[in-house]
Write a protein that binds this ligand. Structure first.
Ligand SMILES: [Zn+2]
Length: 367
């Protein structure tokens, strides 16, 4: 099991140059390797096995950056490419664009090439970089990899991935009187809970979203390619970044509160892969963050020796009355309130969340 910590880092001017070179080299290598793979595929329908070493002679600047970063480019590309082979309809992996793609790279820890201290981090080729380490990391955690990124605002971050052994913190859950929370995915407002969970800070990025909409409107009025256009584009990117950070922060706090308070969390077994694809390729900021929320919640629960239970997606969580158990033949998406012949009248998503909780209880007790 892994745990990630994200800290802001403060590279010097020289270090920034090398970081820019590394981001650029990784993107360049990714695109080169991908285009060679595509060419091979068009000729032989096979996957070309190419490695970074094959490119270093022709492009000597690749030798100047962290070799592990380049090795990770290969792994990342091969993963994306294998998905393509599994499902060719999805198309080849996309090329990375200089302006639109995320500026980041990942390096691995081998033989002390990465070191972490209280105020700084040492990365291959870069030596020590100042780092704001606002959380302590238990000594028994083992550092696996570091992802360095630059946000559109020009801020740099290091995301440290640690491995923690699986059996730690396992207390086991007593199912007889486990505190169970049911969660129903909701298009609006992300999720509905079977119990009253305070989401007091849920609205705190609404202001930022309004601001984003305003800046985007302004951008649409700018003449494309003009100096104003680029200035405005940058403002929009900054708004996105702020919302991303606020959302991440909010989801961390919410999942922390739930994982502390409940023994078991029950969710619908919806296709997270399809959802995360929507998240990456759709409107990435305006999406409601449910996928990320579930990931965070799952690892926090596991970390505390607790459980997440997936309720079968064919379980009629929406159509069933949580009071009397009647199942409706039909329920329109527009029916926001569940109304049953037994007199039960409640919010449709709350009714579903309670059903999910009770189905999880049944599954637990049935073993
Ligand atoms: Zn009923």
């Amino acid at each position: 099991m892994n745990m990630a910590y994200r800290f802001r880092i403060y590279p010097t001017r020289e270090q920034k140059n090398l970081l820019a070179k590394t981001f650029g080299s990784c993107r360049f290598l990714y695109n080169q390797m991908l285009s060679d793979k595509i060419r091979e595929y068009e000729v032989s329908k096979k996957m070309l096995r190419n490695t970074p070493a094959m490119y270093k002679k022709e492009y000597p600047f690749l030798k100047e950056v962290d070799a592990l970063a380049l090795a990770n480019v290969q792994l990342h590309l091969e993963k994306a490419y294998k998905n393509f082979f599994r499902d060719p309809k999805s198309g080849f992996p996309k090329f990375k664009s200089k302006h639109r793609s995320r500026k980041s790279y990942t390096t691995n820890r081998v033989n002390g090439n990465v070191q972490v201290e209280d105020y700084r981090i040492k990365l291959p080729k870069l030596t020590w970089i100042r780092m704001k380490k606002h959380r302590d990391i238990p000594e028994k955690y083992r550092l696996k990899s570091v992802t360095v990124s630059m946000e559109p605002s020009g801020k740099y971050y290091a995301s440290l991935l640690y491995e923690i052994s699986d059996c730690e913190n396992q207390t086991g859950v007593d199912y007889e009187d486990a505190k169970i929370l049911g969660i129903d995915y909701a298009m609006r407002g992300m999720a509905v809970f079977s119990e009253n969970i305070k989401k007091e800070d849920a609205g705190y990025f609404r202001k930022s979203e309004e601001r984003l909409a305003r800046e985007q409107r302004k951008l649409s009025h700018c003449e494309k390619g003009s100096r104003n256009y680029f200035r405005q584009k940058n403002r929009v990117a900054l708004c996105h970044e702020k919302i991303r950070n606020q959302r991440r922060d909010f989801l961390h706090k919410l999942s922390r509160r739930i994982a502390d308070e409940y023994d078991v969390v029950a969710v619908e077994d919806i296709d997270m892969k399809a959802m995360s694809q929507c998240m990456h390729f759709g409107k990435s900021v305006m999406d409601n963050g449910y996928g990320m929320f579930r990931e965070l919640l799952e690892y926090k629960l596991k970390w505390e020796g607790k459980e997440i239970i997936r309720v079968d997606r064919f379980f009629p969580s929406s159509k069933k009355c949580c009071k009397c158990g009647r199942v409706k033949k039909e329920l329109k998406l527009s029916d926001r309130v569940y109304i049953c012949a037994c007199g039960n009248q409640m919010d449709r998503d709350l009714n579903a969340a309670i059903n999910i909780r009770e189905e999880a209880r049944r599954m637990l007790l049935a073993g």
